[in-house]
Design a protein around this ligand. Structure first.
Ligand code: UD1
Length: 347
């Protein structure tokens, strides 16, 4: 049986892997998961494995809280050792984190073909660590699964055409499953005493927003201003929590809560009036739930959400006219990805 070696590490990867791991098993392939440990808190990691029924990692590398070089370097070393032991037929990586690029580099140096889920995204801002991780990962990948046609075009512009497939977005698959599962299980609205459509949801964690105190202050001021019309609930990422406690800032009109699980987040977004975020995934999830989004960044990789009027950059005065976005697929992107991997391994 063909064997897939999957590298996971950060919260968005657990969310993307859940439906793909299921589809890989259903397609009759075996999978070994390595968790780099990049995200390690129970609320940033364990809760997703439990709620989304992701198979237990065979390797837990426990590498976290280091600078980019040290973190990526140690992951590279440990992942290489694990890949040498497992001798997989293919290595599967997701998204754009340090765990993604470490997995892709380790595999490609061992001549193991790399499959990249969420290939081809570009912000065209090379000051973002995620952009460097995406570009490098795409250029060493043999199979590139693109969530959108824009992503396919971005790859073509960099000369990458072989092994490129427009599959739709696996996060849409996860969202559909989560909405069904959250019904009757998530009590978050009651717990926080929220009335449907009378509150907004915010998240901030990107280095581009948190590393510069002046920029961070502008983002907080923007949210405080928005909170004057509708109260805001903000699940706080550990990076942002540290910053808030160091600076002593207490944002007015914002209810700060600990990070929450996927089902609670799905319920929270589903009933919200608007989403304000610098996360990539949330921009799309807002659209999947039919909720407008403001992206607290100066550019976005998810340009379709902006063009279709569901999302706008915080610098833009208004939304474009609204329409649907067919690119993200029909909720079966994961099955297509599994069958494409299987076909590539059998070729
Ligand atoms: C990482 C990814 C980013 C992704 C985000 C999702 C990179 C370069 N960045 O950023 O693309 O959008 O994950 O959340 O890979 N921390 C904890 N507990 C945890 C996780 C992190 O306390 O469970 C702390 C770390 O110790 C560190 C800080 O949060 O001080 C940032 O963590 P890090 O993994 O460096 O990057 P993220 O900001 O999470």
């Amino acid at each position: 049986m063909p064997q897939i070696f999957t590298v996971l590490g950060a919260r968005p990867q657990f969310i993307k892997a859940a439906p793909v791991s299921r589809a890989i098993a259903e397609a009759g392939m075996t999978e070994v998961i390595a968790h780099t440990g990049q995200h390690f808190d129970a609320l940033m990691s364990d809760v997703f494995f439990e709620e989304l029924a992701i198979p237990k990692p065979a390797y837990n590398l426990e590498i976290n809280s280091l600078g980019h070089g040290a973190m990526t370097g140690r992951m590279l070393e440990k992942l290489e050792a694990a890949m040498l032991a497992e001798k997989p037929a293919m290595v599967l990586v997701y998204g754009d984190t340090n765990s993604t690029v470490a997995g892709a580099l380790a595999a490609s140096k061992l001549h193991i073909p790399v499959a990249h889920v969420e290939a081809g995204l570009r912000s065209f801002n090379r000051r973002m660590p995620e952009e460097i991780n995406r570009v490098i990962t795409d250029h060493v990948s043999a199979l590139l699964f693109c969530p959108t046609q824009t992503a396919v075009r971005n790859l073509k512009n960099e000369g990458i055409v072989n092994g490129v497939h427009a599959t739709g977005d696996v996060m849409f698959d996860t969202t559909i499953a989560a909405v069904a599962r959250a019904k009757g299980r998530s009590t978050i609205l009651d717990d926080l005493k929220l009335t449907p459509k009378q509150y907004s949801v915010a998240t901030i964690h990107r280095a581009e927003n948190t590393d510069d105190p002046a920029r961070f202050a502008r983002v907080v001021a923007w949210l405080e201003d928005a909170a004057r019309s509708t109260p805001i609930v903000m699940p706080v990422h550990p990076r942002t929590r540290k910053l808030l406690s160091q600076s002593g800032v207490v944002p007015a009109g914002l209810t700060l809560i600990d990070p929450i699980g996927y089902l609670d987040m799905a319920s929270l977004i589903n009933q919200s009036a608007a989403v304000f975020t610098d996360s990539g995934g949330l921009q799309k999830e807002a659209y999947f739930h039919g909720v407008p989004c403001v992206t607290l960044r100066d550019e976005t990789e998810w340009v379709e959400t902006v063009e279709a009027g569901w999302n706008r950059l915080w610098t833009a005065p208004d939304y474009a006219p609204r329409r649907d976005i067919p690119d993200y697929g029909d909720g079966k992107a994961s099955e297509l990805i599994a069958s494409l991997i299987r076909a590539a391994l059998e070729a």
